[in-house]
Design a protein around this ligand. Sequence first.
Ligand code: DP6
Length: 361
Amino acid sequence: MTAQDFIPKSYSNNPSQGQHSWSSPSNIALVKYWGKRAHQIPENPSVSFTLNYCKTITLVSYSKKVAHSEFSFEVYLDGELKDSFKPKIETFFKRIEAYLPFLKAYHFKIETKNTFPHSSGIASSASGMSALALCLMSIEQEFTSNTMETSFFYKKASFLARLGSGSACRSLEGDLVVWGEHKEIKGSSNLFGTKYPYTVHKNFKNYQDTILLVDKGEKQVSSTVGHNLMHNHPFANRRFEQAHDNLSKLISVFESGDLDAFIKIVESEALTLHAMMMTSMPYFILMKPNTLEIINRIWKYRAQNQSKICFTLDAGANVHVLYPESETKEVMTFITSELVAFCQNGHYISDQIGFGAEYLS
Ligand code: DP6
């Protein structure tokens, strides 16, 4: 498929108003997306676990306007007008206008809320952009008199979400989603996320992710700036090859359920992501002393208890603690007795693998 395939030819319906609501989860990458080309095309393929409880819930109401000269929308977070969100949404609308030509013909009221605190340091862009893309797709579905096929609906929604925030295209489905072309993964695309198509061992069923909130503040360097620093990065090409190799290795790990091999790949990916930040120009560090303290304690606990606990990181200081469902009781005791002390105000979020976005009304 190409981007052209997402430009609609004509619509058979022309509603004057309506509303749609979706919930969409966050996701945590196992092989990381870090580095992109123009039009939000990733430099390497990535794969993520879809989360279950960390979600954005968005309601979009639309009504026809008289003039079609510019975008018209208002955004609310938890019922309060949020003008600070407008520039990001304006950029998103500009990027997707060619694919949703009705955008300037309507006024949109976007009401959104997250199941996790806005100031938790958890990026809401993946869940937020995917929920918004899905609401817009439900509007387009009405314009086609509900004739759009479900598989195309999801592909296009993921395609649009990617243009809002790259990782958002992996949040629509579950439980494992691949984004970016990979020679061994059938159907993988740079344009949208696809459900991982091969066998996944029962060891990964209900895999747990406890997110330790080490630093809830605003990030010093945004992901977009970080991605751009991969241009002319001295290790970029080798890193992009490594991501392809790690995804190849994960195919057999997902099939065999080899958790020791899983841990090596996932932790190496997390540390490589941060190594890329530390070796870009300008360089930066998003981990905090407590991030390292937690990692060391996870390693010690794993060695002492023959546990399959491991960690991953996103572009921040928080630690995602990953472990099989069978270890939930012991690991939660470890987290609450030893690791919570390194979280800001003792805060953490218990999540697990989930199955993607849901249509609400
Ligand atoms: C480290 O998707 O937030 O979480 O496309 O610029 O919006 P933009 O970036 P974003 O980058 C996420 C980077 C990451 C790794 C990942 O999720 O794969």
